[in-house]
Design a protein. Structure first.
Length: 57
């Protein structure tokens, strides 16, 4: 079975759009987590976690 050039071009466009979308979502999520106050490890372990436990996580 042979693909014509239109089908191949559509596949390339969809893959390109998917890659760009994933890149943008990754940047937005990273920026949001960097701006939020607090530490993710501290939030996961709770307020009574020792500094050693936070460093280990």
């Amino acid at each position: 079975m042979q693909m014509n050039s239109n089908t191949l071009w559509l596949i390339v466009q969809r893959l390109g759009a998917a890659i760009v979308t994933l890149l943008i979502v990754s940047i937005v999520v990273f920026a949001i987590t960097a701006v939020l106050p607090g530490d993710a490890a501290q939030q996961a372990l709770g307020q009574f976690a020792t500094p050693e436990q936070v460093a280990a996580l």
